[in-house]
Ligand binder design. Structure first.
Ligand SMILES: [Zn+2]
Length: 145
């Protein structure tokens, strides 16, 4: 199987696209993958909506090996898909020790963030006030009042 490294694959329909169109609406920019195809000697255009530019990373083809399809980050459920893809990739392609050492602190940081999120939400559900841990954060929320 040969695949050109520069081939651009649309994350929406998995077909090669010609270019990314940026369309401004108000103060936002939305991205479309533009597909050209030929029907009876006439050029047809098809566009796939990819999402707002500031929420989108159109580098999917560079992550194809890892099985990652990066989409708009609007849907938090997609983060689970990315993690599952990474786990599946590492199961098939064990990391070298050096990379594993770099990954462990990142995963621990992610775990701490998730535990903090669960902790704060749990307290909110029970009607408790979350005690700010770092002084800067306490100061910021104090100024907001
Ligand atoms: Zn497409």
């Amino acid at each position: 199987m040969t695949e050109r490294a520069e081939e651009k694959i649309c994350p929406r329909c998995r077909q090669p696209y010609s270019y990314i169109e940026r369309r401004s609406v108000g103060d936002r920019v939305y991205l479309y993958a533009v597909h050209y195809h030929w029907v009876a000697g006439k050029r047809r255009v098809r566009k796939c909506y990819l999402g707002p530019e500031d929420h989108y990373v159109y580098v999917t083809h560079t992550h194809a090996r890892e099985g990652l399809v990066l989409r708009g980050l609007v849907d938090a459920e997609r983060a689970l898909g990315y993690l599952d893809a990474l786990i599946a990739y590492f199961a098939e392609n064990p990391l070298d020790a050096k990379t594993a050492e770099k990954l462990i602190p990142r995963l621990k940081k992610l775990l701490r963030l998730l535990e903090t999120t669960i902790g704060e939400r749990g307290q909110a559900r029970r009607g408790e006030k979350a005690a700010p841990r770092d002084p800067q954060r306490a100061q910021r929320s104090g100024q907001a009042r």
